[in-house]
Ligand binder design. Sequence first.
Ligand code: GLY
Length: 347
Amino acid sequence: MKTVRVEASGCYDVMIGSGILDQAGALLQKIMSPCRAAIITDDIVQGLFGSRVEKSLQAAGFKTEIFAFPNGEKQKTLQTLADALEWLAEIHLSRSDLVVALGGGVPGDLAGFAAAVYCRGVRFIQIPTTLLAAVDSSVGGKTAVDLKAGKNLAGAFHQPELVICDTDIMKNLPPELMRDGAAEMLKYGVLADAALFDRMADGSWLERMEETIAQCVEIKRDYVMQDELDNGARQFLNLGHTFGHAVEKCANFSITHGQGVGIGLVMAARAAGVEIERTEKGVSACGLPVKSPYSARELAEAALSDKKRRGGKITLVLPEKMGKCMLKTIPVEELPEYFAKGTGENP
Ligand code: GLY
């Protein structure tokens, strides 16, 4: 098992290892006395892992309750949040109790937000069950739901007390969920570790999953610790996301986030004019698309309504070489130019 320590406004361990889902109770008992544990998840994850988590927590003295909402990105709404909060109130969860966020990015973000606002904040832990949640959304304390106007527009920073990532779950994911996680892992490689990128590209990460997930979490941890509230260095984690999110938006979110990030990483390489072929090969080797079906103009229009825009400026993350990137803040009027480079329309 590998442990990555995060020291932000809350300090906690991210534990990564084989079979540790069934040790959730024992791991939790090391950092808190038994209390009531309100598990928030979706119906698919409940069926797959709910009873194992409950059994493990109960064996360690925790009293469990479980709330499951229908699976899917469309459920990440204020309504589902309200349902979860009403449920927490109905079961009389107190401020000395705990919320357990069990699942992928949707249950993780939503349960985290519920924990952030219920009774003005209760403790919570993350048990990610997708690779994307393991390497990204379960770490760093961003919690949110979507609004009609856009994704993650209502949320809070609220750090978990513990993250438990069972690599046996990650090894047995459906291919689409594996690819979505791989997109974020490739991102960490482009950002901070060329060897990590190459290991993703040649597929050897699959034999070294525990170590590779831990490396990704360490990279994310370092940005979070520099800039927990996302005003500076944490923006590096948006690499591939401004471009990718525009593709997702143009596709009306019919492509996955990982697919958007895959295309976004290649567009960022093209826009910067560095490591284009290597990036394209790595993204493609992970089963992700590399080319936007939309024009630079369509994409730039979609990106201009992105929440990452601050005033008349937008900050792009551009590679300098594999494993090193820079932040470039540009006037929004220049965005179409970068999109044109990114799609290859204007090399
Ligand atoms: N997912 C990007 C961040 O946590 O900042």
